[in-house]
Design a protein around this ligand. Structure first.
Ligand SMILES: [Zn+2]
Ligand SMILES: [Zn+2]
Length: 222
């Protein structure tokens, strides 16, 4: 009998029945006379009766992808932080800031296809990661050189070079690094254009919103 009750209880939760059904299984004093009219759960509110205000279950929580909740459209600061880990998933004491964006890429096979981007900044490095078609990370076995143009919020174009080792395109020239860090620390939209040396048709374009970067950078490294 207990098993059936549990099964029914689970079924009632799964099919979204309200707690009046749930209460009928137990002889609790929590009986209600309200014929509930349930509003579905949202990111921030649990399933709620519009008549009596009774709630059921939990709020769904936001599902944030690239700074926007897929469900409610709330936008968030684009910059988060993390810590590198070793092969055994142990933090190694090196923190980074990370910001995501979307854009498009072209090469000899495709034009204007979907691109996902991460910009990863440690206290000593600036790296860019690119995912062609949103999930296929751009990789190199040796090293590749990229010509990078950045259009800043004042309409000025900054030209620099990046070097890719494995998955990361590093802006590793000290002068370039200082220049890009200054750009990131100023709230603005930066328009990036990368072209891969030796593959003139390989281009990557994306915008980076620097809003919130400076505060998080100070928090982590100062
Ligand atoms: Zn109700
Ligand atoms: Zn949401």
């Amino acid at each position: 009998m207990k098993r059936i009750v549990v099964a029914l209880l689970v079924a009632s939760i799964l099919c979204g029945f309200c707690s009046c059904v749930e209460n009928s299984y137990y002889n609790t004093p929590r009986q209600t006379t309200c014929a509930h009219d349930w509003e579905p759960a949202t990111c921030t509110e649990p399933k709620t009766c519009s008549k009596c205000g009774e709630t059921f279950g939990d709020a769904l929580g936001h599902t944030v992808v690239f700074g926007t909740c897929k469900r409610c459209g709330n936008t968030y600061t684009l910059w988060g932080d993390g810590e590198f880990e070793d092969e055994f998933d142990r933090p190694i004491g090196v923190k980074y800031l990370i910001g995501f964006s979307e854009g498009e890429f072209s090469n000899s096979a495709t034009n204007g296809s979907e691109l996902f981007v991460a910009v990863q900044v440690t206290s000593t490095s600036i790296g860019i990661l690119l995912w062609e078609y949103g999930d296929n990370i751009v990789n190199t076995y040796g090293s590749d050189k990229y010509y990078i143009k950045i259009l800043d919020g004042n309409g000025e174009v900054h030209r620099l070079v990046g070097n890719q080792y494995s998955e990361r395109i590093f802006i590793d020239d000290e002068e370039n690094k200082t220049e890009v860090l200054d750009l990131l620390k100023t709230p603005q939209i930066l328009k990036f254009h990368l072209s891969r040396s030796g593959y003139s048709l390989d281009t990557y374009s994306f915008d980076i919103n620097t809003s919130g970067f400076n505060e998080l950078y100070d928090q982590l490294y100062n």
